[in-house]
Write a protein that binds this ligand. Structure first.
Ligand SMILES: C[S@@+](CC[C@H](N)C(=O)[O-])C[C@H]1O[C@@H](n2cnc3c(N)ncnc32)[C@H](O)[C@@H]1O
Length: 230
């Protein structure tokens, strides 16, 4: 499945980058909040960070500069995105980038982390894979560690079909700067590969993995920032 779900990111990474630059998915507000969270974490001591589905790390990089982790490990299936990430992360200490499936990366990680972060990537996994990811993250988090999830989320009781109807309508009516041919590619990608959960589904998965009740610390429509404490 991974070969297909990341096709858009492997072949036209620049399209996602352009959408993010237009702030259609609230990257500016959301990463402002992430910067605050990482600054608070840094104040309590050095921390090791794992970034799942890091892409080119364009938005996380400034947050990391303001709250430098002792080490940063980024994982993504798109080599094109990782090649760009190296530039955005230039100057940070102990950066390692891995072209790898995120679930395999967490399961196989030889060390543990204080913060696991994922931005707009986990919704590509199906429910079984998400549950496995929560188990793997819980096992790889140090005591007091956090999993910070930025992702799209369904409303409680909303079906995937209804979620997709609403999201695709929003894209077509509000993402006005996207060229028509790019819009079709983006909509086809979302319709085929977006499997967002509800907050209560995520809470259930987290609880089954031994993580504490999540806190939704930010949301802009379906775009959420959720923190899971170990
Ligand atoms: C929408 S981009 C998000 C990039 C960045 N984290 C952000 O917040 O802007 C999603 C990224 O997840 C990656 N991805 C999707 N499924 C993955 C998987 N199973 N393992 C690793 N990376 C994955 C894609 O290649 C893509 O770079």
């Amino acid at each position: 499945m991974a070969d297909d779900e990341t096709h858009l990111f492997r072949t036209s990474w620049s399209l996602y980058d352009a959408l993010a630059a237009e702030n259609y998915m609230f990257h500016r507000e959301i990463y402002t909040r992430i910067a605050e969270l990482l600054r608070q974490r840094r104040e309590s001591g050095p921390y090791e960070l794992l970034d799942l589905g890091c892409g080119n790390a364009r938005f996380l990089a400034p947050c990391l500069r303001a709250a430098a982790p002792a080490s940063y490990k980024g994982v993504d299936l798109s080599q094109a995105a990782l090649d760009e990430a190296r530039g955005y992360l230039d100057g940070l200490e102990k950066v390692s980038l891995h072209c790898q499936d995120m679930l395999q990366a967490v399961c196989a990680a030889p060390n543990t982390f204080d913060t696991i972060f994922s931005g707009y990537a986990v919704h590509h996994l199906d429910a079984v894979e998400k549950q496995q990811l929560f188990h793997a993250c819980a096992a790889r988090l140090n005591p007091g560690g956090v999993f910070i999830l930025v992702d799209v989320v369904r409303e409680e009781g909303q079906s995937r079909a209804d979620y997709l109807d609403g999201y695709l309508r929003m894209m077509r009516t509000q993402w006005v700067k996207v060229r028509p041919e790019d819009m079709e590619a983006a909509c086809a990608h979302v319709a085929a590969y977006d499997f967002p959960e509800t907050v209560s589904d995520l809470a259930r998965m987290a609880a089954a993995a031994g993580l504490r009740e999540p806190a939704v610390v930010e949301r802009f429509g379906p775009h959420h920032v959720i923190i899971f404490h170990r």
